[in-house]
Write a protein of this length. Structure first.
Length: 270
């Protein structure tokens, strides 16, 4: 439910409807409507304003539901801050093979269902879908909002994505469609988080070594025959007893990276 209507309460039996806005303030329905139509809020709804804003952060009603841009337009400017976060990358395996088995329309439909399942998991765990790159997804935990124990939450999210993909594969099988598999990479560390791009078009995203490593971990899942690869710092802080694997050599790194995977083989994707 939209944060504009996260709860509607009847108080004192006077049949007055109270609504909490994205700024966290509860108002009567008439006061809320006046606030929504204020110049500041109207500016937020301006198409030119929205075009410079990450679509992943806009709710289904076109309003900033979860993140702070909706109450502070000054945050919509280029720049970033150093922040420790956990980054999660996914990628659909065997896309070429899938494309050969079904029609282009079915490929699109399956891919959208795969990405939707992942997005729901990220949202349920308090993360932010940063972007979709074809059949891949990047998510951030602990930005733009603080997220307690984000390393653990990101690992939980990775396992939940696996569960959702298994459920989706059952649906696809019943529909006579080919099953799918994905790889997931999770890594924690410092990165620059903020609005990156040009003055007229930019995205809220993250750049840095920790982000690159998360992407490399995802790429290595197929080689290591696992669905999830987790970086050393995430393993250190997540609180789970993970299974260590043979370190991997990554381009640009002087030393091999220690990697881990989730131990519950019940959820391995096939």
């Amino acid at each position: 439910m939209s944060a504009f209507y996260d709860f509607v309460n009847w108080l004192g039996g006077n049949n007055t409807t109270y609504i909490t806005g994205t700024d966290g303030i509860r108002r009567s329905e008439s006061e809320h409507n006046e606030w929504v139509n204020s110049p500041e809020q109207q500016a937020i709804r301006n198409p030119e304003f929205l075009s410079a804003t990450p679509p992943a952060n806009i709710g289904s009603d076109g309003i900033f539901e979860t993140y702070p841009w909706g109450t502070n337009p000054d945050l919509l400017k280029l720049g970033g801050e150093k922040r420790t976060c956990t980054f999660l990358f996914t990628d659909l395996r065997g896309f070429t093979s899938l494309s050969e088995k079904v029609t282009p329309e079915e490929v699109t439909e399956i891919m959208n269902r795969v990405l939707t399942a992942q997005q729901k998991s990220v949202q349920a765990h308090g993360g932010m879908v940063d972007k979709y790159i074809g059949d891949a997804m990047m998510a951030i935990f602990n930005a733009p909002l603080d997220l307690f124990n984000h390393s653990k939450v990101a690992v939980d999210c990775a396992c939940d994505i696996k569960r959702r993909i298994i459920e989706l594969n059952h649906e696809l099988k019943n529909e006579g469609k080919p099953s799918i598999a994905i790889g997931i990479g999770v890594n924690s560390g410092e990165a620059i988080i903020g609005n990156m791009g040009s003055e007229s078009r930019f995205d809220y995203t993250a750049i840095g070594d920790a982000v690159n490593v998360a992407a490399r971990l995802e790429s290595a899942t197929k080689e290591r025959n696992v669905d999830i690869l987790i970086g050393k710092q995430t393993e250190h802080y997540c609180g789970y007893h993970l299974k260590p694997l043979e370190p991997i050599i990554v381009k640009g790194k002087s030393k091999p990276l220690q990697i881990y995977t989730w131990k519950d083989k019940h959820f391995l994707l096939k």
